[in-house]
Design a protein around this ligand. Structure first.
Ligand code: ATP
Ligand code: MG
Length: 358
């Protein structure tokens, strides 16, 4: 409500009360109207002056301050600013908005603080496990294990495996922090996706044999599938997802890679028939260091950073990643990539190299 309207209501209420009192004692409508008119006018002037001087002008200053704080301005600049004719409503709105923004900010800070604490405890846990193992085996070797021709190579092999795990952990942490800080920019190229998938499959052939998994590529496309993305980072995504399908797959199981053509994207899906994931874990799967209880109990060396890296890479491309899974039956991880036309079509000579820098 505007100041003038508010004051008018009050003045009118005072005026009509005085007029009624007058009418009661004098029984004269003329005096009623005159007393009501005069008292309304006087009350209007007095109320207006008092409210304006002691309430409104102060609210205006508060409004200017809140408004300028929101905009991050200097107080001096703010006081010289225009103020709307209805600062009470504006103050209410500004304070509501401000409180909402502050609440969101505080929630965010609390979340970050919780995340930082969890991150430190996770990281120390992940480092502790292989370090303690190394310490144990080195102690055992020093306490006579070196002289035992049967035990010594086994212990050394275990030390080496744990050192490898530590170095993978450091490599993954380094990568994730670089991705987060934007230190590694996305180097967009146009490349042929099926060629990259075949390359990755070849590189992982031995590992697939080790895990006794049949790795298949459901390649239904005669047409080449050209995409625009960072080829090396997408290679990393494919490796991490396929590697998971082996680790959490079953013996003599199968991992299949499929490409689906969408409107202006390709959807790449990696499906396994492994242990699957309980539904309650699905929303947390892409968090750093997250591992399901089943995978922890399987004692497969892993730090829970693989999927976090995958998510970072896919989202840095402005694309999406999703997962479907049924416990005991298997999982499907799918991510999209931006489709592009075969860039060789307009070239006079067909380029044999399937990577084109943009
Ligand atoms: N295909 C899958 N089937 C079942 N569970 C999976 C699958 N992929 C991921 N998970 C679950 O998600 C968790 C997180 O996977 P992520 O790849 O981030 O970590 P990790 O494989 O444990 O370790 P690493 O950092 O070496 O990749 C895994 O520990 C596992 O519990
Ligand atoms: Mg993994």
């Amino acid at each position: 409500m505007k100041l003038r309207t508010l004051v008018s209501f009050n003045a009118f209420a005072v005026g009509i009360s005085i007029g009624c009192v007058n009418l009661y004692f004098q029984h004269n409508w003329y005096f009623f109207l005159v007393s009501m008119g005069i008292s309304t006018l006087v009350s209007y002037l007095v109320f207006y002056y008092l409210i304006e001087k002691y309430v409104y002008s102060k609210i205006k200053i508060i409004y200017k301050m809140i408004h300028s704080l929101k905009l991050g301005k200097d107080l001096k600049d703010a006081l010289g600013e225009y103020v709307s004719p209805d600062p009470i409503n504006d103050v209410e709105q500004e304070v509501k908005d401000w409180a909402r923004d502050k609440k969101l900010e505080i929630d965010d800070l609390k979340k970050q603080e919780k995340f930082r604490r969890e991150f430190l405890s996770n990281i120390s846990h992940e480092f502790k496990t292989p370090l303690f193992a190394i310490q144990g085996y080195v102690d055992a070797l020093q306490d006579g294990g070196l002289e035992d021709p049967e035990m010594a190579p086994k212990f050394l092999e275990k030390v080496s495996r744990n050192v490898e795990r530590l170095s993978f952990l450091i490599k993954d942490l380094n990568e994730i922090s670089k991705l987060e800080s934007g230190e590694i920019p996305i180097n967009y190229q146009k490349f042929e996706l099926t060629a990259l998938i075949k390359e990755v499959m070849e590189a992982l052939e031995l590992k697939a044999k080790k895990y006794k998994i049949n790795l298949v590529f459901k390649d239904k496309y005669d047409m080449p599938t050209w995409v625009e993305a960072d080829r090396e980072k997408i290679r990393q995504v494919l490796i991490n997802l396929i590697d998971n399908s082996f680790k959490y797959g079953k013996e003599n199981g199968r991992t299949s890679i499929t490409i689906f053509q969408l409107h202006d994207q390709y959807l790449v899906e990696i499906t396994d028939d492994g242990i699957g994931i309980e539904e309650k874990y699905l929303p947390r799967l892409f968090e750093r260091f997250f591992r399901t209880d089943t995978s922890r109990s399987r004692q497969i060396g892993g730090s829970g950073l693989g999927l976090a890296i995958v998510k970072h890479i896919v989202e840095a491309h402005d694309q999406t990643i999703n997962v479907r899974s049924t416990e005991g039956l298997g999982s499907t991880f799918g991510f999209t990539l931006k489709r592009c036309k075969d860039p060789r079509i307009n070239l006079p000579l067909i380029n044999a190299n399937p990577i084109l820098k943009t």
